[in-house]
Design a protein around this ligand. Structure first.
Ligand SMILES: [Zn+2]
Length: 476
């Protein structure tokens, strides 16, 4: 790639070239440097690292002498790559954080969401844009977003809003297809997917972007036959690229009961909606664990499955064998008290088995009241504090594993020369690792810090999206 001369933004108030000087930098490969400088060309479609290393090394790069260079001093901060949020529902941002009493059950909560979620396209777009702002405030530059289906209809409004943000990721369009509702849902997919595939092709430009995929909602609302159809449709949407699907899986005890026995609150909900049909018992009710129930489906395509709070040894083996990625949402699992039903989440057993476990926040509904960001940094900090999770494993779950789950190159989330998805700076309290480039120590200081992350750049056309705004105002 020819990176010089540096192109300039004649009409942009944003810098085309920045140099960040920080206390240190660390990425999930275990690479670290302290003190650290990074030289980034922001005039490219995706911010491109020209040089990274000690301040002396970076000063030696020819572009470091450019009159256009804007220097950002972050002497008390550690730099990490932009974060990935592998599972969220940005279209629920308008609902805001809500209290929940787990003893009232999952179905009660689902009814609340059904009543309060935005229904109109304009309101959905507004909620997603607010969700993007809160994601950027949390240093998130790539998102696995679930585009909900108000009224049961596949809805691309959230994908369009996410696409306009310049962030990376996949918008998984959600649908339900079970019992008396299955055929209607499959007909809808047949009708809508070809047009969406054309729209997806038209907005691809060769680089990473915001793709569209499908999310069969969960095994208690989607028949296996409909999962198989979703795989075919996702291949059409991917247009020769890597098809990736998402689904909620092994999330609740209600789901486990429904899949194993065809009984319980999930069945009652289908009955209430007039969707229950005795034919569903040909699909569920064979005493299978939800992961076993879907194992053949998971083997047929790349899946990113959310939660897996309920994980047997056999389920973990199946996830590994089928190369399934898991999006674990620690604060959501705690909010729903999943541990009471299933014990502590087994993400570390999954990692040991070779399952890429990424982090997700789930929707803002399950985040603490007053949350000013939607960030997997907070999930990393929670696991570090609660479980004593190794800091670099936490960073991998928040960056490179999420990248793999969303079909993005992990290199976009590493400090190496070339395109980078984003960089954030986090002030740390006791900078005891200065001059001692120990990756674990640097990352530990990031996780111990209570400071909010500052996104220095990220996403596509990073000099023009909101992401470089702070950079623009810091021009010396
Ligand atoms: Zn979810």
């Amino acid at each position: 790639m020819n990176l010089s001369p540096i192109r300039t933004h004649h009409h942009s108030p944003f810098p085309a070239l920045i140099r960040i000087d920080a206390l240190g930098a660390v990425d999930a490969t275990g690479w670290a440097c302290s003190p650290c400088s990074v030289l980034v060309d922001l005039s490219a479609d995706v911010g491109t690292v020209l040089a990274v290393g000690t301040p002396e090394q970076v000063a030696a790069h020819p572009a470091a002498k450019s009159p256009e260079l804007v220097c950002l001093r972050r002497d008390r901060a550690v730099l990490i790559p932009g974060l990935v949020n592998a599972h969220t529902h940005l279209d629920l941002t308008s609902v805001g954080p809500q209290p929940h009493d787990p003893s009232r059950g999952f179905v009660d909560w689902v009814e609340m969401v059904r009543r309060s979620r935005p229904q109109e396209e304009a309101d959905i777009a507004l909620a997603v844009r607010r969700g993007i702002e809160l994601s950027l405030a949390g240093g998130v530059v790539a998102i696995g977003d679930i585009a909900g289906a108000p009224g049961g209809r596949l809805n691309p409004a959230a994908w369009r809003a996410a696409r306009d943000s310049g962030l990376f990721g996949i918008s998984f369009l959600e649908f339900f297809a079970i019992g008396h509702g299955e055929q209607r849902a499959l007909d809808m997919l047949d009708r809508m997917i070809p047009e969406l595939a054309i729209e997806a092709r038209a907005c691809r430009d060769g680089g990473p972007g915001f793709e569209v995929g499908l999310q069969p909602h969960a095994p208690n609302t989607v028949a296996r036959s409909a999962y198989r159809r979703a795989i075919e449709h996702t291949e059409t949407l991917a247009g020769g690229g890597q098809p990736i699907l998402s689904t909620h899986l092994a999330e609740t005890s209600e789901e486990r009961q429904f899949v194993a026995h065809g009984t319980g609150p999930q069945r009652e909900m289908l009955e209430r909606f007039g969707l229950w049909s005795e034919a569903i018992l040909n699909d569920v009710g064979q005493s299978n664990h939800p992961v076993e129930h879907l194992s053949e489906v998971l083997a047929q395509a790349r899946f990113l499955v959310a939660h897996v709070n309920d994980a047997s040894d056999a389920a973990i083996q199946t996830l590994a064998r089928t190369r399934t990625c898991v999006a674990y949402c620690p604060r959501a699992s705690a909010y729903f008290a999943a541990e009471r039903s299933f014990g502590p989440h087994r993400y570390r057993d999954m990692l040991r088995a070779g399952v890429p476990v990424a982090l997700g926040t789930d929707s803002i509904i399950n985040l603490p009241a007053g949350s000013e960001r939607i960030s997997t940094l907070d999930e990393m900090r929670m696991l570090f504090e609660r479980d004593g999770l190794d800091p670099l494993t936490a960073l991998a779950m928040g960056t490179t594993h999420g990248a793999v789950a969303l079909g993005l190159a992990p290199e976009l989330f590493q400090f190496i020369s070339g395109p980078m998805a984003g960089i954030l700076a986090i002030e740390v309290e006791s900078p005891d690792s200065v001059g001692c480039p120990d990756a674990t120590g640097l990352m530990q200081s990031v996780l111990r810090s209570r400071q909010r992350p500052e996104l220095l750049f990220g996403g596509k056309k990073c000099g023009e999206t909101g992401i470089a705004r702070s950079v623009g105002t810091n021009r010396a």
